[in-house]
Structure formats: C-alpha cells, structure tokens
Design a protein. Sequence first.
Length: 217
Amino acid sequence: MTARIDSAAQLVEAFDNRRRDDPVPNALLAADTKLTLEHLRRLVGTEAQAHRTELVAYGTMLSRFPNRPAADLYLQLGRLVYDASPKLEACARSLGLDRDASPLWPSDRETYAFNSTVSWVAAQGSQAATGMSSYADMTGYYAGCAEVVDRVRSSGLKVPDEFVAYYDDQTPEELCRLALEVVQDGLDHGDDPDEALLAARLLDQSVGDFWRAAAAA
C-alpha cells in the first residue's frame, strides 16, 4: 500500500519522480530543430495568449481562496504577469510582430493547451492544486526559457536584445517557496494530494504543448 502524502515536500518528491520517469520535452530543443526567428516569433505569440488567460486565472483563484498564504501567491503571480507584459510587447515589436493585426496567432491547438489547464485549475482545483500547478509552471517554464536562450546563443542566431531581456530570467525561488506554503496549507485543511499531483502533472504537460506550439514553425 502506498503511504499517503501529507506534506508539500512529499508532493514535490512525487512530482519530481514523474518528471524523471516520464519527462516532458521542450520541442524547441529537439536535436532536429534548427532555431529560426520564426520559432521565436511563435514563442512570443504563444506567450501573449497565455498572459491574457493567466491574469483572469489568478483573479479567479484569489476570489476562491482569499486568505493568506494563498492570496499572497495569486496576487504576486498576477503582478508578475502584469509587469512582464510591456517587456513582452517590446519583444514582439523587435521581432516584427503586430499583436493588434494578429491577436489570435498562433492558431494551433497546442497554443491554447496551457490556457485550458490553468483555467480548469483556477475554476475547479483545490488550494493545494493551485499551489502545485503554480510550482510546476514556474519550475518548468523558467528552466525551459533559460535552455532556449542558451541554444540561441550557441547557434549563433542573431536575435534582438529585447528577446534576451525577456527570456533570460531565473526561476523565482521565493514564489516557488510560497507556492509550496500554499500547498501545505491546503493539505493541512484536507485537500486531496492526488488532485494536487494531477494538476501539477497536467500543467507540466501543457508547458510541453507551449514549446510544441512555438516549434511548429
């Protein structure tokens, strides 16, 4: 019989084990993918779709779980996305994208997979599920962005400074720790650890779709 998970640390261990046993690839880093500016444009376009959804999702989470530490997490995540938007717009302009002319681009299913998952977690997930999915998002997305920037540099592809300024960023460790505080608080109040683990895994896989959308150039 599997021992019941009753701590955020145990959930992270279980999640990391799934990542190790069944890793979610970053399609932009595939050996047969030669990065081009079109890949980067699609990455920025996909990111723009996610920003719109994330702001709504974090507001929904805040309305459902308005107490600390959960409220602190959702407010900080929303602020992170809000403050990043001008930098993303500058990145888009530097790559020749006109978001007003193409507001729903890219149009592939994978572009919207992350949006679907984060919306589902926001509307139906427990507090622990929102915390674990946020942890999965931050630890997967930021590491993937750093690897993409490293690949761009090693490939010799000439990219605008605005692209590097946006994507060459570190995982927000304090926010990750706060997310796990939210998880632990949820578990302490009876949240289902299996649901939280499922939410994290689905979010992780949707980040994989995020990379696939960009790599479809």
